[in-house]
Design a protein around this ligand. Structure first.
Ligand code: ATP
Length: 272
């Protein structure tokens, strides 16, 4: 069987307006990815080089993949999605071959953005490279670095990577000319949570007698990621379905917050 190691999306269907609470991150990405892809001449005339690679780091479910897709969409760039952990379980030489293929495809489909999720799976600092699996991962990383070093800052290919574990990355990957722009994507603060709730709840049918108290639900969800907030909204929808209603009550959202909170707590205990 052939396992698909990467996914190509001609035009992702995500826009900046779908993302809540990450305004600074969006602005920075526009400057370092979107602008150079759209207006190469400006950079050439000014004589400055944008970063080749950008690293998004922060906890799971905070919108890193969404950000990368949205910049691709708004830059009219092809989006090539690679999950680095998939390289880790391939045959000898396979990981490096896929890396080569991905870059070849990116050049062919330029302007394009290569998104490497879970970068830490191939770019973690290694103390011991004794096993053949470890050596294979090392070879894959070497190929990735060679590919990045092999193109120019103003070529129409950009690389965005994401990780939850910036603390374990090999410093070689962060050197100038590689992933030398780091953008933190943290858990949303209260204002951010309110924005994310708005994005999802405005698309849902709410009981017309209920007024949504966004301040309250933002306060009740301290520590929630964007993914958790989306889960809350979906869960509230299911509560309406189960009770045979055609609209969601404010109380459903409160109950759903409680449910997701308990679920996250159980998960935290189980992974300890
Ligand atoms: P991971 O590290 O687990 O890959 P991630 O940071 O890439 O996570 P995404 O895949 O972008 O997270 O987010 C998961 C889902 O959570 C998104 O599809 C979206 O529905 C929702 N979500 C996360 N963050 C936000 C946000 N800031 N605004 C709106 N929705 C969000």
């Amino acid at each position: 069987i052939i396992v698909k190691s990467f996914e190509l999306i001609e035009k992702p269907n995500i826009h900046y307006s779908d993302i809540g609470g990450l305004e600074d991150q969006i602005n920075e990405l526009r400057e370092v990815v979107e602008l150079p892809l759209k207006n190469k001449k400006l950079f050439e005339e000014l004589g400055i080089e944008p970063p080749k690679g950008v690293l998004l780091y922060g906890p799971p479910g905070t919108g890193k993949t969404m950000l990368a897709k949205a910049v691709a969409a708004e830059s009219n760039a092809t989006f090539i999605h690679v999950v680095a952990s998939e390289f880790a379980q391939k045959f000898v030489g396979e990981g490096a071959r896929i890396v080569r293929e991905v870059f070849e495809l990116a050049r062919k489909k330029a302007p394009s953005i290569i998104f490497i999720d879970e970068l830490d799976a191939i770019a973690a600092r290694r103390i011991d490279i004794g096993t053949s699996g470890e050596r294979e991962i090392q070879r894959t990383l070497m190929q990735l670095l060679a590919e990045i070093d092999g193109f120019k800052a103003l070529d129409n290919v950009k690389i965005i990577a994401a990780t939850n574990r910036i603390d374990i990355l090999d410093p070689a990957i962060l050197r100038p000319g590689r992933f030398d722009r780091l953008i933190e994507v943290p858990l949303p603060d209260e204002k951010g949570r309110k924005e994310i709730f708005k994005i999802y709840l405005q698309r849902m049918r709410i009981n017309e007698n209920d007024k949504l108290n966004y301040d309250l639900i933002a306060q009740l969800t301290d520590g929630f990621s964007g993914a958790d907030i989306k889960n809350v909204c979906t869960e509230a929808g299911y509560m309406a379905i189960r009770e045979g209603r055609e609209s969601i009550k404010f109380q459903d959202i409160i109950r759903a917050i409680d449910k997701i909170k308990k679920k996250n707590l159980r998960k935290a205990i189980n992974t300890r």
